[in-house]
Design a protein around this ligand. Structure first.
Ligand SMILES: Nc1nc2c(ncn2[C@@H]2O[C@@H]3COP(=O)(O)O[C@H]4[C@@H](O)[C@H](n5cnc6c(=O)[nH]c(N)nc65)O[C@@H]4COP(=O)(O)O[C@H]3[C@H]2O)c(=O)[nH]1
Length: 536
């Protein structure tokens, strides 16, 4: 694939991945916003519904309390008149009754009755002839009750009258009615004799007597009903509200809560993204990758430039992060070095090489290099562990080359000692990316290395006028003088290959001209088809 096509493909893959991620994030945000709004709406509905029930219960309770006060006053008046023992409808009796009516807040009239005939009342005085009593509406607790008729006078007053023995009192019904407000929301009260409800104020709800006595909240005919009865008296009340009115009243608050819920959903999602991005920082992911050994290895063949026979391969580590993106080794190896955890990756790579290449390495016919860092070099446990792993797999140590970047050799004295120990143990030592570091040429002879790998940046200068190109012959001549093998990195063109092949005998190289890094299976296939493996 040509370079522009390669970049176009990379860009389009990147855009696809980014778009997919953005779309997922957008969908999650949308879902969380809707869920937040829905949850807030539902919660507010429940709260409002509960508040409404409590409100209705309070209204019914207030109504009952009023009725109770009214009833108590009436009973006290009846008792007082019964206990007076005055001759019925006498001047003193009428004066007593008048006094009671004038001093009472709720009693509107009072009088005496005998054998179904009204003898007198405060309003009408002594009746001559007496007036017949209208049929009684109900008898509750030995009281005769008239609920919505005014049985003792010829007027059209509506009232609530109770009679006990020869005394009757009429109550001011408006006092109860002022509790009711509208047809959409009202309270009504009744007396009951366990068989029927006798309305004393407001409309009778469409509830059975059992439902009212049970004081159950009920929804019926588009209304919410909260009946309430007090057991010690026969008084009941029901507070009611039309559901449509309640809903309309609740709407502004519900809308507000829905918006707040949606905003909470948005904030929660943003919080989640933040947590997620923290969790997914490269370092955290890298540590998890080390724990799970989520790395893969590829092998880039190294060839003898003269014969073009495969002499071995360099092991390169690969890592795909949790978002599915391939992270360049330059990036995560540098991060691992920075965090002091690169040694764990090196060990995983060594184990991986043994697992994938062990059988062939054990024959001694293959040479594989592994990249190590100065941290590995200076770690006292590194060499013993390397020895143990390699020896246990019965791999000859000379088949393993350890590549050390030139940067790692900066702390010269310590590094020189460590390199010497590795060399003594039987491994081949490579100086990687040679030429990119500083003062390398000057002290190269003091390091007991076997191979120098000329950095890709020098390879690219072949055939150009670049200043660095002039250093290449110098490096090659120095390597010759020190008897070091040279591996040229990043050979991409035939011209580069020929340049190096003709410059020095026995020079090796690697690069895309020969092969890109291969997974183990492909590298094995390549080895089978390759004519011969040059010996080190
Ligand atoms: N443009 C071009 N590139 C070519 C060509 N031939 C090979 N390459 C690339 O050049 C790099 C050679 O590895 P390096 O110099 O050791 O440089 C390596 C090495 O320093 C480090 N690295 C890779 N694997 C490991 C490892 O297992 N351990 C350690 N410590 N470092 C590693 O990461 C660096 C980069 O590795 P990669 O990205 O795999 O990049 C590799 C390889 O894919 C070519 O013809 N053209």
């Amino acid at each position: 694939m040509a370079l522009p096509e390669f970049f176009t493909a990379m860009r389009s893959n990147f855009l696809k991945m980014t778009n997919r991620r953005l779309m997922t994030r957008f969908l999650l945000l949308l879902v969380m916003t809707i869920l937040g709004a829905q949850a807030a709406y539902t919660i507010k509905c429940v709260l409002q519904y509960r508040a409404e029930r409590k409100d209705l219960l309070d209204a019914a309770d207030r109504q009952i309390t009023r009725g109770f006060h009214l009833g108590t006053e009436a009973l006290q008046a009846v008792d007082a008149l019964k206990a007076s023992h005055l001759p019925p409808c006498s001047v003193r009796d009428l004066a007593l009754m008048r006094n009671l009516v004038f001093n009472s807040a709720h009693i509107r009239d009072a009088g005496r009755v005998e054998d179904g005939m009204i003898l007198c009342s405060v309003g009408a005085g002594k009746l001559d002839p007496p007036v017949a009593v209208a049929p009684v509406d109900a008898v509750v607790n030995n009281f005769q009750l008239w609920v919505s008729t005014w049985p003792f006078t010829s007027t059209n007053h509506k009232g609530f009258v109770l009679q006990s023995q020869d005394v009757w009192v009429a109550l001011n019904q408006e006092l109860l009615e002022d509790v009711s407000d509208s047809a959409d929301r009202y309270t009504a009260s009744y007396l009951h004799d366990r068989r029927r409800m006798l309305p004393s104020s407001g409309p009778l709800p469409p509830l059975s007597i059992d439902e009212i006595v049970a004081s159950q909240f009920l929804i019926r005919n588009g209304f919410m009903y909260q009946p309430l009865c007090v057991t010690r008296s026969a008084i009941c009340a029901t507070a009611a509200e039309r559901i449509a009115t309640f809903s309309a009243r609740s709407q502004p608050e519900l809308r507000l809560w829905t918006v707040i819920g949606g905003l909470i959903g948005v904030s929660a999602t943003c919080g989640l993204y933040l947590l997620d991005s923290r969790r997914r920082t490269l370092e955290a992911q890298l540590r998890r990758a080390i724990q799970r050994d989520s790395f893969t290895l590829v092998y880039q063949p190294i060839v003898d430039l003269e014969t073009e026979a495969v002499t071995g391969a360099e092991t390169l580590v690969r890592w795909v992060n949790e978002a599915g993106d391939a992270v360049p080794p330059d990036t995560f190896i540098a991060l691992a070095e920075n965090k002091g955890i690169v040694g764990q990756i090196t060990r995983l790579v060594i184990r991986g090489v043994i697992r994938e290449m062990g059988a062939q390495l054990a024959t001694g016919a293959l040479h594989i290099t592994i990249n190590i860092t100065s941290q590995d070099l200076l770690d006292p446990t590194f060499l013993p562990e390397l020895n143990r792993l390699i020896d246990n797999a019965q791999i000859p140590r000379f088949t393993i080359g350890l590549e050390l970047t030139e940067r790692s050799t900066a702390d010269h004295a310590l590094v020189a000692e460590a390199i010497a120990r590795l060399k003594e143990a039987g491994y081949d030592l490579y100086i990687d990316d040679f030429g990119t570091g500083y003062s390398s040429l000057a002290y190269l002879h003091t390091l007991s290395v076997d191979v120098i790998k000329i950095d890709r940046s020098f390879t690219q200068t072949v055939g150009t006028e670049a200043v660095t190109a002039s250093v290449v012959p110098q490096i090659l001549s120095m390597a010759r003088q020190l008897g070091l093998l040279v591996v040229v990195e990043g050979i991409e063109t035939r011209e580069q290959a020929i340049y190096f092949r003709d410059s020095t005998a026995g020079i090796w190289g690697q690069g895309w001209l020969y092969s890109k890094p291969l997974i183990a299976a492909d590298f094995h296939k390549l080895l089978q088809t390759a004519k011969s493996l040059a010996k080190l």
